[in-house]
Every structure is written in C-alpha cells, then in structure tokens.
Design a protein around this ligand. Structure first.
Ligand code: ADA
Length: 571
C-alpha cells in the first residue's frame, strides 16, 4: 500500500463476511434489527453479481462482520469502493451513505465501552436516479454491486489529533528534491501541530511546529538524495510524518506515504514530463475480468500491465472511474503513466440539473484527488467522460470541477474526454484537450471505404482546435477503436473481423501519431468487457464491448501485432 502506519493499529477486514441477497426490498423499510434470514459466507472484496449464485441480479444485499476496537478508542473504517449505493450501520445505527460506487470513503467509528462491534453494510445495485444519480443504466460497461474494494479498520489515538491525509507535490525545484507537503489532520481545526519528517530509510528529523488552518498545514522540504521518477526509471521515495503531542511525550500518530519526484506540464501545445516532450501511447482499460467482474486480482492487474508494456505503451486511461489503489501502486512501481478519472459516462441535461448528482460528483471527485494524489504515475485528472459538452448546461459543474481540482492540486493538468470534437464549448476549462473519435466505425453508413475517413477526420479536429484559439493546449485522442470479435475472420475483412479491427487501429495510430499536434493516443480499448444487458446490447454482440485488442481472457486479436508495430516504432 502506498500509505502505511507504524503506530496506529490497522486491521484489514477483507475475508469472508456474512452475506444475504435481499432482492427488491423497500430500502426505506429496512432495519438491521429485523434481519431474520440465513446468511451465507461471501468474500470481501467481491461483486456479488459476478458470482454464480447472483449473476446478473439486481437488488439490495447485506454484508455483515464484526471487529474489535479497544474500549474507549475512536476508530475509522476505510472503504475502497462499495457499489452502486451503500449505507453503513455500526452496532445497528446508520452512520454513512455513499452513492458513488467507485469512490473511496471513510466512516468514523465512535468510541464504545465494549470491544466487539458489529458492522453491516447495506448495498444496492439497482439503478435509481433519485438515490444514486451518478450511476445510469445506459453506461457502456456493466455496473456491479457489492463491496468491490478492500475495507480496513484504523484504530485512532484517544483524544488527540491524528493524520488524515498527507499530500506530496514535487515543486518547481523537484530536481533538487523539493516537495510541498499538505497535511490534513483530524482532531485539530486551527492551532499548531508538532511534526517531524523522515525520508526513505533515514530516521525522523527534529520535530517542528506548523500552523494549522482549517485542519490543514503546509510545508516545503527537500528530499535527501533525490532521484527522479519516470516511466523508464520509476524511482520512488517515502516520507514518514510523525505527529507529536503539544508538550513532551510520545508520538501520537504517524503516516508514511510513497511518492515520486517528477514534473508533468501542459504548455506550448504539448505535454512535458521532467522537461522532455511527452507523447502518450496507450489504452483505455476497464478494471474487469469475466470471473471476478470489477474485483480483479492483483496478479491480473500485473499481467495487464505486462501486456500493455509489451505493446509499447507508456500510458493507460482508467476509464471511466477511479482506479483501484493497487493498480495505481503497480503503475507507480512499473512506470506506466495514468489518466485517473471520476465516474461519468455520457450524462446529459437531466443529470446536470440534479442537486444530488452535483453533490455526489463533487464528493467523489474530492475523494479521488485525496486518495490518488501521491501516485507519480497519475499525470492527468479527468472527469465526466462524454458529457453534453456541446451545450452550456454542463458549464457550472465543469467549472466547479476544474476549480476543485486546481484548488487541491494546482500542479497536475486536468482534462475531460469530449465526444464533440468540432462543437465542444468548454475546451477553455481543460489543460489538455481530449477527443473521443470513432471515424470509420460509427456514423459512416454512406461511405464505401470507412478506413479512409480516419486520417482526414483527425486532421480536421486538430485543425479546428487551433482555429478555435486553443493552439497552446496539448491535444490527445482519448478514444478511438473498432469492434473485432475474437476468432472472427472472413475474406471481406469487414466490420467485426479481427482483420478490420487491426487495419483500423494501425490507421488510427498512424493518423494520430503522425500528426504534429497530437500529444498522444489512448486506444479504445484494452480488453473486451461486459456491458449492457437486454436490448441496449443490439450494437454489442455477446453483451460485450468487443473493441478490445485482447479478448476478455486477454487472448490477443490480430490488432495486438498491429498496435505493437505502431507503438514500438514510436517508443
Ligand atoms: C465511447 C465511450 C466508451 C465506449 C465507446 C464505444 O466513446 O466513452 O465507454 O462506449 O464509446 O465503444 O462506443
């Protein structure tokens, strides 16, 4: 884990929990005291509807476990992700609701006189715009239910402050090892905190006082023996922050975080990493495997990164939601650049008019920034894929999102993937312009040779951006692709064959990477993934999005060799 503690006890709650699928219950009438049903044992993390017993089912379910906290101690539950909607009960009392199935969240556990505590998580994977407006049935990826990511219990110090987040940013002097630390505290609002810092294997330095305003303190320091992070040499450092009591006495809390010294910039129409021009070669990737749904084992994540690197990629877009911290940690260590984005897919006016949506989106975006901040692999923040950015109703949410990102992290560029390359009205808000383009796949019914559409369309889009006044912003093709059904070949090399897909991706790579305005390409997509059920799947054979270069079991299609040739020639 990128964040560790040596003083506070941290217990993983992953393992077998009691579980019951409740189906179409009325959530308003639910009370944990009235539960009279047999529990089964189900692992946490899990997507219950990826398991054979509840595959494809929608409804409510409960997960239940117990844990112990020393009497009188406060504690905190840290959830990686619970989908789609959840309510957390502690000892029968509702404590917290969450309505973004991919955002991490924390729940304060108040001190109690007894040690054993009962934790019950009510989850619901039914779509319901009023209750869970961030998730919609029309998203082109299957949305599962359950406690999708790890759960941990942190036992906190009694009646003293503790460290909530430590955010590390390399400054302009990153080559000399200078970093800015923003410390978020629990238990001190305004006042002072005594902290000490230790880097890598070295002991902590002398404790010093920092002013705390609104629960936060900022300081700038130098990392001894600094080494730069880059995809080719992904060197990592650690800082351990120790928190001391105001007077004399032992340390009350500590937190060690891993980070990298690197600088990512969007300027002069290009992307720059550590001062060198950067071109992104990569894929969009869903966190998904047919056997586990979105709860992918670490080994599979590692294998996927190996496949990406073998194709010559330096970049992955975590489409279309916050990534698992394990995946980001692997990208840090193995040197793969990441676009980290908040959940969203094609939302239109009704969504942007919803107060609950605006609130939940903001909370999830903030959680993404706080939890994924220290990953040097993350070079772009993104949000709301393919929203209605050809219209003005998105503006307030887009402006507020950009402002929130810039307030929390002024040093990393932000972007959003637009499906309206020629009519988008909000490019001014992005540091990097990202275009989802499907010439030669969608909307080309009247063209006899659709592959010929790719090059002129890309050129027209790049040209439009410059003419619209955004020549100083880098542009990337954030999606482009075609379906190829694994094992489907025919002499016509027509739509859905592996041959058409391979030719399409070759042409897309050549058109994008051959254009002087292009700062990168993320192909759609890495591996086939389950999507819509029912009639919405008419354009999705097998109810899969089959535009993977690999099928769902990571078997390569012909496209793999085509992309490898294109990317390796660049890299
Ligand atoms: C969009 C969208 C992807 C996927 C893709 C496609 O650009 O962002 O999630 O749906 O289209 O396959 O059509």
């Amino acid at each position: 884990m990128p964040t560790t503690h040596t003083l506070r006890p941290v217990h993983s709650l992953d393992g077998l929990w009691n579980f019951a699928f409740l189906g179409e219950i009325d959530l308003a009438a639910f009370t944990p005291h009235a539960i009279r049903f047999p529990f089964e044992k189900v692992p946490v993390p899990s997507a219950f509807d990826a398991l054979p017993a509840w595959a494809g089912k929608r409804g409510a379910a409960v997960y239940r476990t117990t844990f112990t906290v020393p009497p009188g101690h406060p504690a905190q539950l840290q959830f990686g992700a619970v989908s789609l909607w959840s309510r957390v009960y502690l000892d029968g009392q509702p404590l917290h609701e969450n309505a973004c199935g991919y955002a991490p969240f924390r729940v304060a556990v108040p001190p109690a006189a007894r040690a054993e505590r009962e934790l019950l998580v009510l989850v619901d994977n039914r779509f319901d715009f009023e209750r869970v407006p961030m998730h919609e049935h029309y998203f082109d990826f299957y949305q599962y239910g359950g406690i999708l990511r790890s759960v941990a219990l942190h036992v906190l110090p009694v009646a003293s402050p503790y460290l909530e987040h430590v955010l590390v940013s390399p400054t302009d002097h990153y080559r000399a090892g200078e970093i800015e630390l923003v410390l978020h505290f629990g238990g001190i609002k305004n006042g002072e905190a005594r902290v000490a810092l230790g880097f890598d294997d070295q002991p902590a330095g002398t404790a010093f006082l920092l002013p705390v305003t609104d629960g936060r303190a900022v300081t700038t320091v130098r990392v001894p023996a600094p080494r730069l992070w880059s995809p080719d040499a992904p060197a990592l450092h650690t800082v351990r922050v120790t928190l001391h009591p105001a007077g004399a006495g032992a340390i009350v809390d500590d937190m060690a975080v891993r980070f990298g010294l690197r600088c990512i910039e969007a300027r002069d129409g290009r992307l720059w990493l550590n001062g060198e021009m950067l071109r992104l070669r990569g894929y969009n990737r869903h966190e998904w495997h047919p056997n586990f749904g979105p709860c992918t084992p670490t080994l599979q994540m590692y294998a996927d990164i190996q496949l990406l690197k073998d194709l010559g990629c330096n970049f992955v877009r975590g489409s279309h939601y916050q990534q698992d911290q394990r995946f980001l940690g692997l990208c840090d260590k193995l040197g793969l650049l990441v676009w980290e984005e908040n959940l969203g897919w094609g939302q239109r006016e009704r969504t942007f008019a919803s107060e609950k949506f605006c609130h939940d989106h903001r909370a999830a975006l903030e959680a993404m920034l706080l939890h994924s901040y220290n990953h040097p692999s993350v070079i772009l923040w993104g949000f709301l894929n393919e929203a209605g950015t050809d219209a003005d109703y998105v503006r307030p949410v887009f402006e507020a999102s950009a402002a929130l990102i810039r307030a929390l992290d002024p040093r990393r560029p932000l972007t959003y993937a637009s499906m309206f390359a020629l009519t988008d009205r909000h490019y001014d808000l992005a540091d990097v312009i990202s275009l989802n383009l499907y010439p030669g796949w969608y909307n080309c019914e009247d063209h006899p040779r659709p592959l010929e559409l790719i090059r002129p369309h890309l050129a027209a889009c790049f040209d439009h951006i410059d003419r619209a006044g955004f020549a100083t912003k880098p542009v990337i093709v954030s999606e482009i692709g075609a379906e190829g059904l694994y094992g489907w070949h025919d002499a016509h090399h027509d739509f859905f064959t592996e041959e058409y897909q391979a030719a399409y991706l070759s042409e897309a790579c050549a058109a994008a990477l051959g254009h002087p305005r292009c700062s990168g390409i993320a192909l759609w997509h890495f591996s086939d993934a389950r999507t819509y059920s029912g009639c919405r799947a008419m354009r999705r054979p097998r109810t899969y999005n089959n535009k993977g270069t690999f099928d769902e079991y990571r078997r390569p299609k012909l496209a793999a060799a085509a992309v490898r040739a294109a990317f390796r020639a660049e890299g």
